[in-house]
Design a protein around this ligand. Structure first.
Ligand code: SF4
Length: 770
């Protein structure tokens, strides 16, 4: 769509001091995919800290996902704008080579944009001339706006012309996407509005701790809890599992606490019971699904007593849950039921199989494609949904098109003004890409956008080695993250309230991010960085700087794709919101058949699934188990996750004093029984050792966790950075790593080295020259 003037309510630019427009700016939280609505208004005079107070005040705003609520991260998000170590100028690191050929890396020092970008462009030119196009790789992020994610993919495919682009969404949504695409022909995390959960009779929630990661979403579970229909599957009695009711008292649901890595067995047993007890919706299956008999045969072997021996969930509980879900299903006259998955079951080498089993269960009960019922995956990152739709994934082009589809290549190439044959093919998925850095034949340069892989990637010490083997590491970021501190060039870019754009929430709702303050120092938008790099690399492919224009181009590129945004523009989204609308759900084609504007699609699959024959595909799957299972020298399961106060790698939330005060560092949650057995008391220093290395953190006793399992949050760097010991084994279909379970030895930390561990990732924060 053509660029149009901004609507009146989008006017009111921030003043030159960086303060918000006096009337306030309606926008959304910078963090998770719930994208809570908030309003930013100018702060009063700087506080007693002499001007480092946040320039805006956050107020929650009524929006369908948060219903006027915010979590602690949202309330304190304005502090991000006043981070004391905010990057405000480019940084470069010089390398010297002595007579013997030994390379010495200097410290990061301030530079002009001209020097920094010149250095990047020159190095890319040399590396690609010597080693080919794919010698330069790109790593994106699920927090980038749709506009930036789209432009990053376009930069990789048209200017760098490298196949090697992927993003950190591979760590969090790839298995859900692979499972949904295979079953339904389309992947939209929730193919229905979140608010639909309120009317359900039952909700089965597998591997999601949403009460801690996105607390306002719990409001949507109030109804199902009142009806006693909430079922939570988690090895821990997490905040979400606790919503099923007190241990003593009236139940609001059921908590199943399986052995880590056996969620698939739970699902196979539930399916077994559904068929064994005649609870399946046979009419629905006959009309809307294929592959039914294969799945029915495959689950015949998973009767509940057998499943109990593997997953540890009592057979009676498995039967109870299957009956509860069936009673709520439309076929049996129930109010409706939902099956929802999260990272706890998806971050596994059998993540796609587990998602497939969850979808099989939902299909057997006749749930997907019906109002008031369904299957969905709960997206984590702020733009984890849009980020995977518009071209920063190794195998995709904008509009959720596959990169090896000739028609898709031709369409997108025409929008970009290049020949389809010039576009590279599929690249390496994230973990494989990171492993290949600096290896013979692998990329020699990496551009990182919106990602802190040294904390968030599995087997992080190996990642550090690979980054250090590069000839050029470029990081665009807001703050000196651990990854930025290892870079050769660091480019300071705009964040959240400093930029315009769009995000796509966990429900596929496209919403507006609005600028409230001017960026500090010499900070630039990544859209400008992409345009400058293209120019310096001699490309004639246009890279607009205005997010309005970028979105219009994205909309054209997405036209006709699965994620069709062609009926959207910033102007339409602004107008929708100005009239009380809450954003539009994709697909939003340019027009409806009658010619009027398409209203968007809150609920997918009501008439047919997005497969060639319109039927959902059931696929038989079976349990294999974790890649790194228990053994005598590693007899305890480690599971990882988040805490309420921190977000992902912590690069942002660790800089918010209020949040740091509450949870200042990592901990090892363990059951007191395990603690007694190992001689570890509450608060004692603990050392966890896996096949990849070790980490250290204080013990935190809790009877909410299994006695064979410990839990660590993953938000920190240094000796307590748990991803130093997680495995980088990946799902064979999705390429998603198995963050959620590995085998560890647990022992008191005496401070004495007892094993082969060598800390290969020293901190480098001291290397920044301010
Ligand atoms: Fe809402 Fe998520 Fe932000 Fe918390 S972090 S306020 S749940 S968007």
């Amino acid at each position: 769509m053509a660029a149009v003037a901004r609507p009146a309510h989008a006017q009111g630019a921030p003043d030159r001091a960086g303060r918000a427009a006096p009337s306030g700016r309606d926008t959304h939280c910078p963090y998770c995919a719930l994208q809570c609505g908030m309003t930013l208004t100018p702060a009063q005079d700087p506080g007693p800290d002499g001007g480092v107070s946040p320039p805006v005040v956050v107020a929650p705003r009524e929006f369908p996902t948060n219903k006027g609520g915010l979590c602690q991260k949202g309330w304190t998000s304005a502090s991000l704008l006043a981070a004391s170590d905010r990057l405000t100028v480019p940084l470069v690191r010089d390398r010297t080579v002595d007579a013997a050929g030994v390379v010495t890396r200097g410290e990061l020092r301030p530079a002009t944009w001209d020097e920094a970008l010149g250095r990047v462009a020159d190095a890319i030119g040399v590396i690609q001339a010597e080693s080919g196009r794919d010698a330069v790789a790109v790593f994106g992020g699920g927090g980038l706006t749709n506009e930036k994610a789209y432009a990053l993919g376009k930069l990789a495919r048209t200017v760098l012309r490298t196949a090697n682009i992927d993003y950190n969404g591979r760590f969090c949504m790839a298995s859900a996407a692979a499972g949904a695409n295979r079953a339904f022909g389309a992947d939209r995390g929730l193919p229905f509005p979140l608010a639909d959960l309120a009317g359900a009779g039952a909700v089965l929630l597998l591997g999601s701790n949403l009460a801690e990661t996105m607390p306002p979403s719990v409001q949507h579970l109030a109804g199902v809890r009142e009806r006693g229909g909430l079922v939570v599957v988690d090895p821990r009695r997490s905040a979400t599992a606790a919503l099923t009711g007190p241990r003593e008292g009236p139940p609001q649901g059921i908590h199943l606490q399986p052995v880590p890595g056996t969620d698939l067995v739970v699902l196979l047993a539930l399916l077994h019971v559904v068929w064994a007890e005649g609870l399946a919706d046979d009419e629905y299956l006959a009309a809307r699904a294929s592959g039914v008999e294969d799945v029915r045969r495959a689950v015949a072997a998973w009767w509940p007593e057998r499943a109990e021996t593997v997953c540890g969930v009592p057979a009676g509980d498995l039967r109870r849950v299957a009956r509860l879900l069936a009673a709520a299903s439309p076929a049996r006259g129930g109010r409706g039921a939902y099956v929802l998955t999260g990272r706890g079951v998806e971050q596994s080498t059998q993540g796609t199989a587990t998602v497939t089993a969850a979808i099989n269960l939902a299909l057997a009960l006749g749930l997907p494609g019906r109002t008031g019922s369904g299957y969905g995956a709960i997206t984590g990152q702020g733009n984890g949904q849009g980020g995977r739709e518009h071209g920063q994934k190794a195998d995709q082009l904008p509009g959720y098109r596959t990169i090896d589809d000739p028609a898709a290549r031709a369409h997108v190439a025409a929008v970009w003004g290049v020949h389809p044959d010039s576009l590279p093919g599929p690249g390496r998925p994230a973990v494989e890409l990171l492993r290949s850095l600096g290896t013979p034949g692998g990329p020699r340069a990496l551009l990182v956008h919106g990602s802190n892989v040294l904390v968030s990637a599995p087997d992080a010490m190996r990642v550090a080695e690979r980054l250090d083997a590069l000839d050029l590491l470029v990081v665009c970021d807001l703050v000196p993250s651990e990854t930025a501190l290892r870079a050769d060039v660091v480019l300071p870019v705009t964040q959240w309230a400093e930029e315009e754009g769009t995000m796509t929430s966990l429900e596929g709702r496209v919403i507006r991010r609005r600028q409230a303050v001017t960026p500090p120092g010499d900070v630039r938008s990544e859209l400008w960085v992409f345009a400058e790099l293209a120019r310096r690399l001699g490309s004639t492919v246009p890279f607009p700087l205005d997010p309005v224009e970028v979105f219009d181009e994205l909309a054209r590129a997405s036209a006709g794709g699965v994620a069709d945004y062609s009926g959207l523009s910033h102007a339409r989204l602004d107008a929708d919101e100005a009239t009380g609308g809450p954003g539009l759900y994709w697909p939003v084609p340019a027009t409806k058949p009658g010619g009027e504007a398409h209203p968007g699609t809150p609920r997918l699959f009501l008439d047919r699934f997005h497969t060639p024959d319109g039927r959902a595909c059931m696929v038989a799957v079976d349990h294999v188990g974790p890649s790194d299972d228990l053994r005598p020298d590693a007899p305890v399961y480690l599971v990882t996750g988040r805490v309420l106060q921190h977000y992902q790698s912590g690069a942002q939330t660790r800089r918010v004093a209020e949040l740091e005060r509450i949870v200042p560092g990592p901990f090892v949650e363990m059951h007191p029984i395990l603690g007694f057995r190992l001689g570890i008391r509450d608060g004692d220093p603990v050392r966890l050792t896996s096949a990849r290395g070790d980490v250290r953190a204080p013990a935190r006793w809790s009877d909410d966790i299994r006695t064979d399992t410990v839990f660590m949050p993953f938000h920190w760097s240094g000796a307590g950075s748990v991803n130093r010991i997680t495995t980088d084994a990946t799902d064979p279909i999705s390429g998603m790593p198995e963050f959620k379970v590995c085998a560890v030895a647990v022992e008191p930390d005496t401070g004495v080295e007892t094993g082969p561990f060598v800390d290969r990732m020293p901190e480098r924060s001291e290397e920044v020259v301010a």
